[in-house]
Design a protein around this ligand. Structure first.
Ligand SMILES: Cc1ncc(COP(=O)(O)O)c(C=O)c1O
Length: 393
């Protein structure tokens, strides 16, 4: 018998094990993951940038790098991503991470003690539970309505629990697709300043907007340095490159650097150079213009299919961007049971809503559907099959 660390007892793998098993089955039409369209990857440009990078900077790229990040990428992030969003930053405000996932992990490393309270949206990105649980913190759910986090409930939970951190995905939230309006973003910042907690603003989907107006980041309202912004190149260039960023006060960046040194020393130099060059050549805006319509077609195909095939009384949120649709089935469905039937008998996968919730009532009749990784034909077929299954129950 192995004597695993106590922290691993806090991490429940069983709930999502089946989902990942299903995603690996090539026979299954998967609306379960968060993968990108294969057609969206700029493979030719990446080939060319890689060739140039290795020719011109080979030894430097293949050598150990700097923990804070490849200098060209830190600067390019400031110039091409932070500043255009209205965020006044320098490279001292930035650390490059191995995906936004590592940003969450490192922030947990530097801020969270056992017993601390982290407020989370309910539902939220299920990946954060496995991070936060390892730190023996209490995740307290904050209620949402169709526009996102309800600030009155947030204020009540702050007063009741004195949190160390709020984890929020304000734009095209995973899993609901909701986007928090500007007045609520301002209020979140005010509450963080007043009650002195960290707002972890996780924003990987903001550039995948298909319609509506851009909403400013919570970080743009930050007066006290309490807001920490996570961005990722996963959804806008490629998740396989594993590059993300944390933007925060230099004092926080220094602590994150110490934590990252012990985690992986630095993020891949080659991946960082690819992202830096992509930004410095001015390719990102054109690339986004190219990939958004791919996703918009898939989103619309899925929305139409819900109307066509799902049972009467099905409710859903029509997102203005991102990768997911949050669906509520009518009546009292056993969504976990439906998931098993969907995978085994109908060869279609989704994620049952309950896995995203600390408060199970918030996701008991729900499912998250990903529309980005299947072709329109697969979406049509998969949704037809799901409709058949859901209409029987
Ligand atoms: C809200 C949210 N944050 C972070 C991540 C992880 O991003 P990355 O691939 O950059 O680690 C995801 C991935 O799906 C996500 O949905």
């Amino acid at each position: 018998m192995y004597q695993f660390a106590d922290r691993m007892g806090q991490v429940s793998a069983s709930a999502i094990r089946e989902i990942f098993k299903a995603l690996a089955d090539p026979e299954i039409i998967s609306f379960g993951g968060g993968s990108l369209a294969n057609e969206s990857f700029p493979i030719e440009v990446i080939k060319e940038i890689t060739d140039q990078a290795l020719t011109e900077k080979g030894p430097k790229i293949l050598q150990y790098g700097i923990t804070e990040g490849w200098p060209a990428l830190r600067q390019a992030y400031v110039d091409h991503i932070a500043k255009p969003k209205g965020i006044n930053a320098t490279v001292d405000n930035v650390i490059v991470t191995t995906g936004a996932s590592q940003g969450i992990q490192l922030l947990a490393d530097v801020f969270l003690n056992p017993g601390d309270v982290v407020l989370v949206e309910s539902p939220t990105f299920l990946g954060v539970f496995s991070v936060f649980n390892k730190y023996f913190v209490k995740c307290i759910p904050v209620s949402m309505d169709e526009k996102g986090i309800i600030v009155e409930d947030l204020e009540a939970k702050i007063k009741e629990h004195n949190p160390k951190m709020l984890y929020t995905i304000p734009t095209f939230q995973n899993p609901t697709g909701r986007t928090l309006p500007v007045d609520r973003r301002q209020k979140v910042e005010e509450l963080a300043s007043e009650h002195n907690f960290i707002v972890l603003e996780d924003d990987p989907y903001c550039d995948l907007r298909f319609k509506g107006e851009t909403v400013p980041n919570i970080k743009t309202f930050d007066k006290t340095g309490n807001v920490v912004l996570l961005n990722s190149f996963a959804k806008i260039i490629s998740p396989g490159l594993r590059v993300g960023t944390v933007l925060a006060e230099p004092e926080i960046i220094q602590k994150l650097t110490v934590a990252k040194q012990g985690a992986d020393t630095h993020t891949s130099n080659l991946s960082q150079e690819i992202c830096a060059e992509f930004l410095n050549r001015g390719l990102l805006p054109g690339h986004l213009e190219k990939i958004r319509p791919i996703y918009e077609v898939r989103l619309n195909t899925m929305l139409n299919a819900i109307q066509k095939y799902f049972p009467e009384g099905t409710k859903y949120i029509e997102p203005e961007g991102g990768l997911f649709i949050w669906v509520e089935l009518p009546g009292k469905p056993d969504v976990l049971e439906l998931f098993k039937k969907a995978v085994n008998d109908y060869k279609v996968a989704f994620v049952p809503g309950i896995h995203f919730c600390k408060n199970p009532d918030d996701g008991i009749r729900h499912l998250r559907l990903n529309f980005s990784s299947s072709s329109p034909d697969q979406i049509e077929e998969g949704m037809k099959r799901l409709g058949e299954l859901f209409s029987k129950n």
